[in-house]
Ligand binder design. Structure first.
Ligand code: ADP
Ligand code: MG
Length: 240
């Protein structure tokens, strides 16, 4: 297996709290890997360590065989990493097309950029909204626009933190189709998600995080059938 991304004993301390502790993760080139776990498990923190938003308290991040632990976020983007954060960060007052251009201009210019912009608008089914301010789009469409801004950076590895939050079941399914399609074109995906229907739709492998640590890892079938995994969700008070 070629690991595109590898974390080694990755650790993040916030005061007395180990938000991420001793995490060893291997993401193979070409896979869709889902990261699940109860609220507060450390999923978003792990993402920020991988993307370089946070410096780790310990451990290493390897990307394409290179130690990127001390690389800045933009240096990781240059090497083919792109992230959509949990909290949407589109420029609300700017038109949809211009939001895409802001990301696209880091990789292309002129006619090539215009072509790529049209391709993304079509892929995200935002053609009719290209000239509208991003802030007036439906929540699901804003999520897509943000995925588009991440795609504009032409990533090898796309990190998506809760891409379907606030989406209807139909929008969620379309997002799953989009992710599957991009993966079919060769993109590796690491996806944080709550919605297990969605995880079932897309995941090829799953890592369960609990209290900052890797709790379980395996195929979707194995994880869904694991009673210990259900317990940690129930233990957080869901369903009571
Ligand atoms: P998840 O995304 O799995 O819900 P997070 O990574 O957001 O979990 O949070 C993991 C733990 O770290 C939580 O207990 C959270 O309160 C804490 N935490 C996250 N970010 C910070 C921060 N910037 N400062 C202090 N504590 C934080
Ligand atoms: Mg989170």
């Amino acid at each position: 297996m070629t690991a595109l991304l590898q974390t080694r004993a990755l650790h993040k301390q916030f005061g007395g709290l180990s938000a991420v502790a001793d995490v060893n993760l291997e993401i193979a080139a070409g896979e869709i890997h889902c990261l699940i776990g109860p609220n507060g498990a450390g999923k978003s923190t792990l993402f920020k360590l991988v993307a370089g938003t946070y410096a780790p308290s310990g451990g290493e991040v390897m990307f394409r065989g290179e130690n990127v632990t001390h690389r800045k976020p933009y240096e990781r983007v240059e090497r083919g990493m792109s992230i959509k954060l949990q909290v949407p960060s589109v420029f609300r007052e700017l038109p949809v097309a211009q939001n895409l251009e802001i990301s696209l201009q880091r990789k292309a210019s002129g006619a090539a950029m215009q072509r790529e912009k049209r391709r993304l608008l079509e892929l995200l089914q935002l053609q009719d909204d290209a000239d509208r301010p991003a802030g007036i789009l439906a929540h699901g469409q804003q999520q897509w626009l943000e995925i588009g801004m991440a795609l504009a950076l032409q990533p090898t590895l796309l990190l998506l933190d809760e891409p379907t939050a606030g989406m209807s079941p139909q929008e969620t399914e379309r997002t799953g189709d989009l992710i599957t399609r991009l993966n079919g074109e060769g993109m590796t995906m690491l996806v944080v998600e709550h919605d297990m229907t969605f995880v079932r739709q897309i995941a090829q492998r799953i890592t369960v995080l609990h209290l900052g640590r890797v709790f379980a890892q395996g195929s979707p079938e194995a994880i869904i059938a694991d009673p210990r995994v259900e317990e940690i969700y129930l233990g957080k008070g869901h369903g009571h």
